[in-house]
Design a protein around this ligand. Structure first.
Ligand code: FAD
Length: 474
């Protein structure tokens, strides 16, 4: 008997497992593949994900394995630097191969005590009032209190739940692969610059050891059921660039589409969805993995509270209430970005206009805060602007605020030194610090770093502690 079974050990599943283990939840992650993915796709970790990793003491390990790039130039690949003074200690993009980040997250979950079973797929389940019976592809049955589908865009769990996945099917397909080239770098640079002027979805980028990452439109490569061949890549390169750059010795070749879909519900009883299982969209702006990891940070402590028995009645449902609108917004911004990549005259004119508008700092800041997810404000009701937002890392007596959130508990930061977390001290830490760089008297932070309350009144604080952290201990 487990508390939680997670289907899928991708970035979302592994992050969720680690978050649950912070609260001693018994977790089993069931992963269909026997081995982690081997192909190297570089993904970008954006500011909010980097902050969350810092909040759990994981960031140093991750930064060592990636490459920091300036924040900016994400929106529809319009080359604008980030506005000055983004309010984060981690205002950069970290490029990191997806298998590396997946490995680090899985390793972290295992270190925390999660069990990961590879080579077995979730094939069915049935839920009742007490729990879920999960059936694996080999017929074995397992029992848990909750099942979470983190099993990617083609999610078996979502399909078996019968949850709708409305949206748009793929309109354009793109080929992506990793290979060697037969011409000098200068020749490539000149050609790539020339082609980018027409904004085709195309790149040919070196990423070490003589290897290049190649992205070309798949138009004309018709059989979607078959994996693409090196000859397909050569033909597409010749069509766009007039040369195939002498590409040879491919390491892997793949194809992806731009389907955009969002699950109608994130929860049906004891079964929930997170990550690509709940939402898919084109990779423009590099947001999918970030969105899934952030789903996991939102869900983890709430599900743990439910299992530990202290969750207020509606806490688990705030997962969908908070994260569904965030995914809707990401889907919309990727739709907009895809339009801006079109080579048709209309979208090109809109692109030129937006490029001009982004010279206004407010516009540029709005777009970057959207893509990096630091602009998110959950709807916690009326209150000051800080309410519902994430608090950026600030200096406190003990060093950095995020260093105090490693255990995934709530935190009251009290500049008045008058308040107390009383009967919630088993779930919420307390820090009296008049020196904290904050322009409000006190803030109550949830375990995911979002501001749950701002004020200086003990009764008001107690009401909010009850709202988020349940009944006080006797
Ligand atoms: C070309 C490209 C570039 C991208 N670049 C970026 C980027 O820069 N930044 C970014 O944030 N995102 C990027 N993404 C998106 C990102 O890769 C995904 O959003 C991310 O992998 C989703 O993570 P996940 O854990 O939710 O799902 P997945 O990574 O799909 O993991 C799901 C896991 O579940 C397993 N599984 C499936 N079915 C079952 C089953 N029945 N039982 C058990 N296990 C199962 C799978 O084997 C897999 O390991 C990119 C995507 C593409 C295609």
């Amino acid at each position: 008997m487990f508390d939680v079974i997670i289907a899928g050990c991708g970035p979302t599943g592994a992050t969720l497992a680690a978050e649950l283990r912070l609260h001693d939840v018994r977790v089993l992650v069931v992963e269909k593949e026997t081995e982690p993915a081997s192909f190297v796709r570089i993904v970008g970790l954006h500011i909010r994900s980097l902050e969350l990793m810092a909040m759990r003491g994981l960031l140093d390990r991750i930064v060592q394995r990636g490459r920091q790039r300036p924040a900016g130039g994400f929106f529809a690949a319009i080359p604008k630097p980030a506005p000055k003074g983004l309010d984060s200690a981690h205002a950069y993009l970290l490029g990191i191969p997806q298998p590396v980040i997946e490995h680090l997250l899985e390793e972290h979950a295992i270190e925390r005590g999660a069990q990961v079973r590879r080579g077995c797929a979730v094939a069915g389940f049935e839920q009742d009032d007490e729990g879920v019976t999960v059936e694996l592809a080999d017929g074995e049955q397992l029992r848990s209190r909750y099942l979470i589908g983190c099993d990617g865009g083609r999610s078996t769990v979502r399909k078996l739940l019968g949850v709708g996945f409305p949206g748009e099917p793929s309109r354009t397909e793109t080929l992506m692969g990793e290979m060697e080239v037969g011409v000098p770098q200068e020749e490539i640079t000149a050609k790539v610059t020339e082609i980018h002027e027409t904004h085709q979805p195309f790149w040919l980028r070196p990423f070490g050891e003589g290897l290049y990452s190649v992205v070309v439109p798949a138009a004309g490569v018709s059989d979607r059921a078959e994996p693409p061949t090196l000859e397909d890549f050569k033909r597409q390169l010749r069509t766009i660039a007039g040369t195939d750059f002498g590409v040879h010795s491919p390491r892997w070749l793949s194809r992806f589409g731009d389907a955009t879909r969002l699950a109608e519900r994130y929860r049906v009883g004891r079964v929930l969805l997170a990550g690509d299982a709940a939402h898919i969209h084109p990779p423009i702006g590099g947001q999918g993995l970030n969105l899934g990891v952030q789903d996991a940070f939102n869900l983890g402590w709430k599900l743990a509270a439910q299992i530990r028995g202290w969750a207020p009645e509606t806490l688990l449902d705030t997962y969908q209430a908070e994260r569904h609108p965030v995914a809707e917004d990401v889907l919309d911004n990727t739709r907009a970005q895809m339009e801006l990549l079109s080579t048709e005259p209309g979208p090109q004119a809109v692109r030129r206009l937006l490029t001009e508008l982004m010279d206004f700092e407010e516009v540029n800041r709005h777009l970057i805060e959207k893509i990096t997810a630091i602009g998110i404000r959950y709807d916690f009701g009326e209150g000051p602007d800080l309410l519902g937002r994430r608090l950026h890392d600030i200096d406190v007596k003990q060093g950095h605020l995020y260093g105090l959130l490693h255990r995934g508990r709530g935190l009251l930061l009290d500049r008045t030194e008058r308040l107390t977390v009383g009967g919630w001290s088993d779930r919420v830490d307390y820090l009296a610090d008049p020196t904290a760089v904050l322009d409000v008297p006190c803030v109550l932070l949830r375990p995911d770093g979002h501001v749950a309350w701002v004020g200086d009144d003990q009764q008001d604080l107690d009401d909010h502690l009850s709202r988020w952290f349940g009944k006080p201990a006797d």
